[in-house]
Design a protein around this ligand. Structure first.
Ligand code: ADP
Ligand code: MG
Ligand code: ZN
Length: 473
């Protein structure tokens, strides 16, 4: 039998705020365990939550990047369950009235429908140590603002799921909503999977795999689970709704617990928090802060800046490259040249680095490019200056004087005189030729050869013309 694969994703991302969502503790990864905590975020009885406005704004922003509708009233609810990483024994979340409803994210071949995005708090982090030590708890992460985005079950392959996550991540990073550092757990994904006979309208029972934290494991976990479900079906077994645990090392998943439903959590509105009121004006104000998305930027770079599709693609792949590119262009208005330098000189220096740092400020690169354009230095010298600035953050002007000074005008004119006198035939050719530009280029070529590329070609051409015209007659 042939089957359709049906996938729905629940994506969690930690929001980029200074402080936590219901207290003023720092939202910071990697601090000494249990140092960013207070009675609110460790859940002491009687401590009262106060909502962080920025977290709400970021969820609205996230909703706007996927065309969600923003609710004018959103409500926090308590999701009750006990686990040691959640000392209050309930998580403040949203069920009935989330901040964002609906929306879509378009992939290459389909538009994935979004069900909702809501705001909730993250739990602490457990680390299981050796038997003697037991399990350690770090509550620093408890109370960190999390957005949860839930898709409709209309993703139909592992590839589509990864494409979706990649695009979503790109947008969240772009709009400064979340950093989505996968290795730090900044973005995690639950994957719901079912199969049904091809073309059928009735969805099969789903299984859910929780907290996958790399796109690679999402892909593998889906492939594995689809295969498992098909094999079970073929053997006449029913798929039961359950939560499964993916073991990335072993490449298998196994039953963790029977699937709980929302009833199991005894949700009810949190009496400590007022409903959030969101006016249309507030939403519009936030919309104004949305940057262009990577796809929109790519279009702009190709159409307005005349970059090639290829170049535009590379630059818009990373946020830091875009902002670098934009900043250089702000000081030196020739995007094509800027893109060229980024793609060749800069990328070759940082391509193998995990956390690439561009060690030349946008202003300094712009200075170098302007010097070339104004004929003050040649490309060859520019590259030398570039390398020196990269290594020592040196002063561009000073270097230009030091290195560019070698080929000053007098030296250049002397050299031209020399070449003209020792090549009478070329001079004659120039005077009689139908295409004197070609002969002229030959002279420029000679100068470049003599100076090992350090002369300024534009200036050289001007001077050659001047001298040739002077010596005419
Ligand atoms: P829960 O909290 O129980 O996980 P949610 O409504 O938050 O429920 O999320 C359910 C997720 O499962 C959604 O992403 C939805 O698209 C997906 N889903 C629902 N039914 C199916 C199904 N039959 N097959 C695959 N995915 C499904
Ligand atoms: Mg779920
Ligand atoms: Zn706190």
């Amino acid at each position: 039998m042939e089957y359709d694969i049906v996938i729905g994703l629940e994506v969690h991302a930690e929001l980029k705020t200074e402080s936590k969502v219901f207290c003023s503790c720092k939202n910071q990864f990697g601090a000494e365990p249990n140092t960013n905590c207070c009675p609110v975020c460790i859940g002491l009885p009687g401590a009262l939550p106060v909502l962080n406005k920025k977290a709400v704004e970021l969820v609205i922003k996230a909703g706007l990047t996927i065309d969600s509708q923003i609710n004018n009233i959103a409500v926090f609810e308590r999701k009750n369950y006990f686990y040691p990483d959640l000392s209050k024994a309930y998580q403040i979340s949203q069920l009935v009235k989330p901040i964002c409803v609906g929306g879509h994210l378009d992939l290459q071949n389909k538009s994935v429908k979004i069900n909702r995005i809501h705001l909730e708090e993250d739990a602490g982090k457990l680390t299981h140590q050796s038997e003697n030590i037991g399990t350690l708890i770090d509550y620093n992460r408890g109370g960190v603002p999390l957005m949860e985005l839930v898709t409709e079950p209309n993703i139909n392959s592992a590839d589509e799921a990864v494409e979706f996550l990649t695009k979503l991540r790109e947008r969240l990073i772009f709009a400064d909503i979340a950093e989505c550092k996968m290795e730090q757990g900044g973005m995690r994904c639950d994957v719901n999977i079912s199969i049904k006979p091809k073309g059928s309208n009735i969805l099969g029972n789903r299984t859910e795999m929780k907290n996958l934290n790399s796109f690679k494991s999402v892909h593998r976990a889906i492939e594995y689970e689809v295969k498992r479900q098909i094999e079970a079906k073929e053997q006449g077994k029913e798929i039961i709704q359950e939560t499964r645990k993916w073991d990335d090392e072993a490449g298998i998943s196994y039953t963790m617990r029977k699937k709980e439903t929302s009833q199991d959590y005894r949700y009810f509105p949190d009496p400590d928090l007022l409903a959030i009121e969101i006016s249309d004006e507030e939403v519009e104000a936030i919309r104004k802060t949305l940057p262009l998305l990577p796809e929109q930027l790519k279009e702009k770079y190709v159409n307005e800046y005349k970059l090639t599709e290829y170049d535009a693609n590379i630059i818009t792949k990373d946020k830091y490259l875009i902002s670098y590119f934009e900043e250089v262009c702000a000081h030196y208005n020739n995007p094509k040249t800027v893109a060229n330098w980024i793609l060749t000189e800069i990328l070759s220096k940082i391509k193998d680095e995990d956390e690439p740092i561009i060690k030349i400020s946008p202003l300094k690169l712009a200075e170098i490019l302007s010097l070339i354009e104004n004929g003050k230095i040649t490309r060859t010298i520019a590259k030398e200056i570039f390398t020196k600035v990269w290594e020592n953050d040196s002063d561009v002007d000073k270097l230009a004087k030091e290195l560019g000074g070698e080929i000053n005008e007098d030296y250049l004119c002397n050299l031209i005189d020399k070449i003209i006198t020792s090549n009478p035939k070329a001079v004659a050719d120039y005077r009689t030729s139908d295409t004197p530009e070609k002969q002229l280029k030959w002279f420029v070529g000679q100068i470049m050869k003599e100076t090992k590329g350090k002369a300024n070609a534009k200036l050289a051409e001007e001077k050659i013309l001047e001298i040739l015209n002077k010596t005419q007659g």
